[in-house]
Structures are given as C-alpha cells and as structure tokens.
Design a protein around this ligand. Structure first.
Ligand SMILES: *Cc1c(COP(=O)(O)O)cnc(C)c1O
Length: 452
C-alpha cells in the first residue's frame, strides 16, 4: 500500500486552500499579537509523537493559537522595523512554487525557473543603470546578499589591485546595516569606519579618511547604503563611486530596503552613482512586494562572483560545462540548493507591470511625507529630520525612553498600530516605517492621537 503521506488527500487540499482563500481575502489584515512561551507549551504539548493527528485539528490549532500570535507584518498598521506587503499575485504564485517543488539551483535542473528569475534580475540591473551582462541571483535576504557580495570583494582584491592586501579592510559608515558588520566579522575583514556627515557616507569623507590612514592600500572595498534601515538615508553614491574607482575598491551598495525608490522620479536622483556599483542588493520581500524570503543580488561582472562562489564537487561537475557555460544561480552566492524564490516577483511584475509598482512606491512616499507634515503641524510632536524615503523619525516632546516603550505596548494591545521606538543620536525617538500602500493618513492620525 502506498505511504499515506504521498497520496493526494482532496479533503486536506480543500481545507488548506480554503484557509489560504480566507487569508488572502482579509482586508485589512488584523495586526494580531505576539504570545508568551507558556501559552504555546500548553497547546503544542504532545502534538508530535509516534502517530499523527487529524489534519483539521492541527490546522485549527495553528489558526486559533499560533497564527494569531504572529504580528501580521502585512497589516497596514504595521509600521515597525521594515513591514511587508506582498501582492496577491506574488502570494498566489508562491503557492505554485511550493506545490511544484520549484527549485532554482542550476540551469541543468531548472532552466525555465532560472530564465524567469534572470529576467527580473536584468530588469533591476537596468533600472539601476548597470551595463548589459550584469546579473546574479536571488538569495534569502539582504544579510546573505551582503555576505555573498563581500566574499567576492575580498577574494578578488588581489586580482583587482595587482597585489594582495596585507590585512584587508572594507570601508563602512556607522550607519551601515548590522548585517554588514556581521559579514565582515565572518570574513575576518576589518571594518574601516568612515565618519559620516549628517548620517551620510560621502565620497569626501571616505577620501579624507583614506588620506589620514597609514595603510590605505589595505582598504579593498566600500559599502554604501541606499536607504538606511533606521532613517531611510541614501549615501553619496556618486562621490563614493569616484573614490572607489580611483582606489580600485569594490563598491557594494546595500539597497535592501531603499532600492525600490529607483522606480520613481520622486526620488530617483538620490540614487545617482548606483550605476557604478560592483554589486548591489535589493530585498523584494521588503518594498518590492514579494513574499519572504527574497533578496536580489546583482553583480556588474558576474564572472568574478562565479569564480569565487562556484562549488566544486565530483557530483556537481555536470552542472559546470566549461565549453558550454550556463547560468547556475548557485554560482553567485554562499548557497547551493535554493528555492526558485524570485518567481513570485517575476509573476507579479509580469502581471501588473512596473508602472503599478511605481504607483505603489509613490503612494507610500506620499503617505510618509504627509505624515511628516502632520507631525510638524502638531505642537507636542517634532520631526527629527525630513524623511528622504519612507521612514519618519519624530519625538514626543517631554517623553522619556520608557514613555515610548509603554506607548508602543499600548498601541499594539489596542491594535491601533505596531510601532516601536528607535534611537537617534543617543535619544529614544518614535519611528514610522511606511511600505504598505494601504496605510492611510487616517491610520497615522489615530496613532499620533495616542501621543497627546
Ligand atoms: C533589511 C536590511 C538588511 C538585511 O536584510 P534581510 O533580508 O533582513 O537579511 C540589510 N541591509 C539593509 C539596509 C536592510 O534594510
């Protein structure tokens, strides 16, 4: 008799599809809450053992006790960290990727999936102004993308500069994302920290810091951020790229959050210089409305990345044919087996067109900027700085750190919003991260009203 796990159970199919249908139809999605350890111990106790359970019961347990204990990052009232707002098309196609076991490791195994993913990567490369031939792969997130790009920066340094660095260092500002610092630690590459100018890394500051240093030749690369996660600030990409070219530095741009600003003339000029990147990352699971987990990693010269990342093993020889080179996404990052995670975005972009994405990004920017005006017009509130992109930092006059913490807990408890404080120049402040086109100014007013 066939193993029951591999028999298609129509009843279970209906049950799961019904659940998905209902979840997709929620408008708006409820914020929901987190949970406590104890509450899960009780519902999960004894669930996994020698014999199984009725799928209805397990799904009910999930939907009643677990799903509601996850703050919905796709709620329009989720304004903490970086929210998410996958398109329906992308979510639905994600089910196809799952149900078809679509992987995207090598051309040999998955040419069709890889061709579609590459179409999106080429589109993003062109949007950034990189020359034809640029390419890369989709990885799970900005963190892995940053790590993968910096491995290439390190391992191609000798080739690029004619000599191996004594002790490789990579220039960053204090505003670089934590994952960059972590990547450097993993790589045993020291950060060369350049003081930022009003929280921006500039070409002049980089040049001056190199000038002052005793061993500037040890600095082999620079990481710029196009949209800091804390405040949405775009570094001086043009200035940095000029220094990078002059000194043969690898120029990596972390646009994990901010990259989608490239879609709109409202902010496109802030990204001038991105066309000079040796590598960049944009997280479609953030502001390009793709489901988790999806980060686009693009190299100007993918061959350099391939020389560093391709895995050699006898059983893998068949995917690397020297005489007839093919595109294996596994060759461009620190991974081998991978889900064809670029396909949900591919489907949604193909269905809706880039214009719909531009509209969504513009809607979000306008809501963020209108919220900043609202804050400025409210006497007890004060804007920390004018938002460049869609992140708004502001303070409630007279509040201490614990006031912000209490307020944040209260907002979630009342399901008005999920907003968490951050710190700015040593001070605790409030932070709104906009990304969902369904977030309205009325919702923002409701949130601000709780700070009276
Ligand atoms: C979110 C973010 C990252 C990390 O990306 P993950 O997808 O969470 O791994 C890196 N850099 C910046 C600027 C980000 O906003």
């Amino acid at each position: 008799m066939a193993n029951p796990m591999f028999v298609n159970d129509e009843r279970m199919v209906e049950m799961i599809f019904d659940y998905c249908r209902q979840r997709l139809a929620l408008d708006p999605v409820a914020l929901d809450f987190g949970g406590t350890r104890e509450s899960f111990d009780e519902v999960l106790s004894g669930l996994i053992g020698e014999s199984g359970n009725d799928p209805d019961a397990v799904l009910a347990l999930f939907s009643d006790h677990l799903a509601t204990a996850v703050v919905s990052c796709d709620s329009p009232r989720f304004l903490a960290f970086i929210p998410a707002a996958p398109t329906k098309a992308a979510l639905l196609f994600d089910m196809i990727v799952s149900c078809s076991s679509l992987q995207g490791t090598s051309w040999l195994e998955a040419a069709g999936a890889v061709a579609a993913e590459n179409q999106v990567l080429e589109f993003l490369a062109e949007l950034a102004g990189l020359p034809p031939g640029a390419g890369g792969c989709f990885v799970s997130g900005g963190s892995i993308a940053n790590l993968s790009a910096l491995v290439v920066a390190r391992d191609t340094a000798a080739l690029r500069r004619g000599a191996a660095p004594r002790r490789p260092r990579i220039a960053v500002s204090e505003e670089a994302h934590a994952s960059v610092e972590k990547a450097l630690r993993i790589l045993s590459v020291e950060p060369f920290v350049v003081p930022s100018v009003d929280h921006r890394l500039t070409g002049d500051a980089l040049a001056a810091a190199l000038e002052r240093d005793d061993h500037p030749d040890d600095v082999i690369g620079v990481v710029a951020t196009a949209g800091t996660t804390n405040a949405g600030i775009v570094d001086d990409l043009t200035g940095i790229s000029a220094v990078a070219r002059q000194r043969a530095l690898w120029f990596h741009i972390d646009a994990a959050y901010g990259g989608p600003g490239l879609f709109t003339p409202l902010v496109r000029d802030r990204y001038a210089g991105i066309e000079n990147a040796d590598s960049f990352v944009i997280d479609p699971h953030k502001w390009l409305y793709a489901p988790f987990d999806c980060a686009a990693l693009v190299y100007r010269q993918p061959a350099l990345a391939k020389a560093v990342h391709a895995q050699e093993a006898s059983y893998l020889d068949v995917i690397h044919d020297e005489d007839n080179p093919v595109w294996n996404p596994s060759d461009y990052a620190v991974h081998l087996t991978r889900r064809a995670r670029g396909l949900p975005l591919w489907f949604s972009l193909a269905v809706h067109g880039a214009g719909a994405y531009r509209d969504a990004v513009e809607t979000v920017l306008r809501t963020a900027w209108a919220s900043a005006e609202l804050i400025t017009a409210t006497p007890h509130l004060e804007l920390v700085r004018e938002p460049e992109l869609s992140i708004v930092l502001f303070r409630r006059r007279g509040w201490s750190a614990s006031d912000y913490d209490d307020w944040s807990v209260r907002l979630l408890a009342q399901q008005v919003g999920f907003v968490t404080p951050t710190s700015w120049e040593g001070e605790t402040v409030a932070r709104l991260a906009f990304l969902h086109p369904g977030t309205t100014l009325t919702m923002v007013e409701e949130i601000l009203a709780t700070m009276a």
